[in-house]
Design a protein around this ligand. Structure first.
Ligand SMILES: Cc1ncc(COP(=O)(O)O)c(C=O)c1O
Length: 402
């Protein structure tokens, strides 16, 4: 079982609080986040990359609850955004424009103009965006998102580099981008890439960094480089977790060497989302029915794919725990939700603890791309969210019912 949470008397605890008690108090389904895990992951990553001019921008798409953003802000995180509304959220929690980076494909002219008007640093995703920037604000500085031809991720839907990807300016169009910049008297001050999400192989991450550094040599006037997010977490016990301390050392070495040959110390940015928050979150649900068909057993819970869609969308694995009896008898079951869709599965034919009606079933590692990807499909609600800090638990968002 994931070692992020405590088991006392065979019962799941989040912080020092019994999971079952949280369900009794706040109901279910319920998203619960453990603040100490977020702080720990922030420290793990930021203390491993020691290049002095590094800034960490929390990719708030992973979990845009205001209190989670505030918590990371208090740790020292800047913020990464992908829609004008996320920028407004960043302003709302007190971020200054210079602490925000923005990247988005298929941005409308008006949206781009709004971002420029608000002094937000935009990593331009296409030649069209670059041209429009020039029309709106010629003579200014810009940053380009480059697709270096390398992508990686835990699923094809989370790969954002390579020729299949819609993201970024293709590396073969770099010279064209330079021409457009010249035409509008734009100075290219930043290069960005984000190759995908859920990367567990450090080699691909380092390789992609090297590629961007190679490209950076063609741009003599840079001030910053942004390597995106993508740091993966271990969802399944058979996966090899990223050795973040060792990766950090390699990244530091690579950056120090590059800056020497570039002849100037550039600002470096990373945009982690998942890594900071995924392991802090649990979706607590209640078993409403156990359907024992002749060939299969379905454990039915009071949550659905609208509330946590990673399994339905990516076939993702997340560990399931019987909160009231973590170790006990097991049987082969599927865990299914209450949405009218055949994809509404949280586990398929897995050996899991024997569940009965009323038991609390916890889906671990739900802190990233859980609530933030939820919807009101089937007119089901978006669950309440709770932040646990040691002995205290507080409501950080009410259940949203359509
Ligand atoms: C541009 C950009 N930066 C950062 C991230 C964060 O990725 P992750 O949560 O894998 O760190 C994403 C996620 O898709 C992204 O699109």
């Amino acid at each position: 079982m994931s070692n992020n949470f405590t088991i006392i008397n065979n019962k799941l605890h989040i912080g020092n609080i019994l999971a079952e008690q949280l369900v009794q108090e706040f109901g279910s389904p319920l998203y619960v986040y453990d603040a100490s895990i977020i702080k720990q992951r922030f420290t793990d990553l930021t203390s491993s990359i020691l290049y002095p001019k590094t800034i960490f921008h929390y990719a708030c798409k992973a979990n845009s609850n205001l209190e989670i953003i505030r918590l990371l802000k208090a740790q020292g995180a800047h913020i990464e955004t992908v829609s004008p509304r996320e920028v407004e959220i960043a302003f709302h929690v007190g971020y200054k424009p210079e602490e925000i980076v923005f990247t988005c494909s298929n941005l409308s002219y008006d949206e781009l103009a709004w971002l420029i008007g608000n002094d937000v640093l935009v990593n331009l995703d296409s030649l069209t965006q670059l041209r429009r920037w020039g029309e709106i604000k010629s003579g200014s500085s810009v940053s380009l998102r480059i697709n270096q031809g390398i992508g990686a991720g835990h699923h094809e839907h989370t790969i954002t580099g390579g020729i299949q990807s819609k993201f970024g300016i293709d590396r073969e169009q770099v010279q064209e981008a330079q021409k457009i910049a010249k035409q509008y008297d734009l100075q290219i001050r930043g290069l960005h890439q984000h190759i995908g999400s859920g990367i567990l192989d450090e080699r691909i991450f380092l390789l992609a960094m090297e590629k961007l550094l190679e490209t950076a040599m063609q741009f003599p006037d840079l001030e910053y480089l942004d390597f995106g997010g993508g740091f993966g977490v271990r969802y399944h016990k058979d996966e090899q977790a990223l050795e973040i301390a060792s990766l950090g050392k390699k990244i530091t070495k690579l950056l120090n060497a590059f800056m020497k040959s570039y002849g100037k110390e550039l600002v470096v940015r990373f945009e982690p989302g998942r890594f900071f928050v995924a392991e802090s979150g649990v979706l607590l649900t209640t078993v409403v029915e156990v359907k024992r068909n002749p060939h299969k057993t379905f454990v039915g819970i009071n949550a659905g794919m609208n509330q946590l869609m990673r399994q339905a969308m990516y076939g993702a694995y997340q560990e399931i725990v019987h909160a009231g009896s973590v170790k006990g008898e097991e049987e082969q079951v599927s865990v299914v939700g209450n949405i009218c869709e055949s994809a509404d599965f949280f586990a398929r034919e897995q050996l899991l603890p024997t569940f009965s009606e009323g038991d609390v079933l916890a889906i671990l590692d739900s802190g990233a791309y859980g609530y933030s990807m939820s919807s009101n499909y089937n007119a089901r609600s978006q669950p309440a969210e709770i932040l646990v800090d040691g002995d205290s638990a507080r409501l950080i968002r009410k259940e949203y019912v359509v």
